[in-house]
Design a protein around this ligand. Structure first.
Ligand SMILES: *Cc1c(COP(=O)(O)O)cnc(C)c1O
Length: 355
């Protein structure tokens, strides 16, 4: 099976497992785990921040950031299709009492001018606008890289209005490698930045939140509160450290592979790339209803050996460490055969997962 459902499905390589097995550990909830400490120092350095903290998931790093920046009743501005708003159970409301003001971008990309007038005036009827959350690359936007100038402009606007800024950088390293703008340059515009080690970087577990020393001290309290204090976490931190050292530059391969798949999709009648250009490792395409639904295409593709995700009338395929170029080429050929079969009216035997 060629699995293109997500870049989270990667399994640790033999070398990564060795690094994990050999890791020095301690009780990080009592005081310190030396490998976690090394990872936190390293990621703070890579992101150009004073400090960083390791957590079990990207959802937790995002939600801890919201908790630090917002009091109950505060409002955060975000893009309408972002992860924080759509895929974290509205945690900002459940865990921090914050409300969200979603603004629709183009494939996840917001323009500075869309923010004008969104700050609510001080008035007892209104929430207090407190935070802006941006996502780079944008997951639901098909791995879109935010335009650097817009990020600069939006975060400057936020600062000028007394707002904090948080970056959901689950795939920030994809953005850095594909754009040539380093992770710390992207990160410098934000008070807090979260990154995932378990996506394209290929580590089994973990995310980090980076920011000022003071903010990260606060984050440690909230991590404990949210149940994310971990003991001998050096075992998993070692996987993340290994990934930082060995798996960043190679993201360029995933991006090239995504281009191969995208180019094949452009040639297939009835499939339309959305967006029509691919920035990084996520390829989303619409299925012409005459061929069937997204779920039907996914089921038919799967019968022939390729897994992807159906999202309504769309299909998402993601390239990653565990699929090589020839497998991606094969997946593209199989997609061509699959759509031909659907066009001839050959329907898949079973329905695929429709999420
Ligand atoms: C995956 C992801 C997260 C966090 O996901 P977890 O599964 O909680 O680690 C956050 N933001 C974006 C954009 C993501 O793609």
């Amino acid at each position: 099976m060629i699995d293109l459902r997500s870049d989270t499905i990667t399994r640790p390589t033999a070398e990564m497992r060795k690094a994990m097995a050999d890791a020095d550990v301690g009780d990080d909830a009592i005081d310190i785990d030396p490998t976690v400490e090394r990872l936190q120092c390293r990621i703070a350095e890579v992101l150009g921040k004073e400090a960083a903290i390791f957590m079990p998931s990207g959802t937790m790093t995002n939600q801890v950031a919201v908790r630090i920046h917002c009091k109950p009743g505060d409002e955060l501005i975000c893009e309408a299709n972002c992860h924080i708003y759509n895929y974290e159970q509205g945690g900002f409301a459940q865990l921090s009492g914050a409300v969200a003001r979603p603004v629709l971008g183009q494939f996840g990309v917001l323009q500075c001018e869309q923010l004008q007038g969104l700050i609510r005036p001080e008035n007892e009827h209104f929430t207090r606008t407190r935070l802006i959350c941006l996502e780079n690359t944008h997951n639901r936007g098909g791995g879109r890289i935010q335009p650097y100038d817009e990020i600069e402009g939006m975060t400057r606007w936020a600062r000028e209005h007394g707002l904090r800024a948080h970056l959901d950088g689950a795939r920030l390293f994809n953005a850095a490698v594909a754009s040539g703008v380093s992770a710390d340059r992207w990160a410098q515009h934000f008070d807090t930045v979260s990154v995932c080690f378990s996506k394209g970087l290929g580590a089994p577990v973990g995310s980090a939140l980076a920011g000022s020393r003071e903010v990260i001290r606060e984050a440690r309290r909230h991590r404990k509160l949210f149940g994310g204090g971990m003991r001998q976490a050096g075992i998993i931190a070692a996987g993340a450290l290994y990934a930082l050292e060995h798996h960043i530059e190679r993201l360029a391969i995933d991006h090239e592979n995504a281009q191969i798949l995208a180019e094949a999709i452009r040639q297939i009648e009835g499939l339309t790339l959305e967006p029509d250009t691919i920035d990084t490792n996520i390829v989303i395409f619409r299925v012409d209803p005459q061929l069937g639904t997204g779920a039907e295409l996914v089921a038919a593709w799967k019968e022939r050996g390729v897994s992807a995700l159906a999202i309504g009338g769309q299909v998402r395929a993601v390239t990653h460490l565990d699929v090589n170029t020839s497998e991606v080429r094969r997946a593209a050929e199989i997609l061509r055969d699959t759509t031909s079969a659907l066009r001839r009216g050959v329907r898949p035997v079973q329905q695929g997962d429709a999420y």
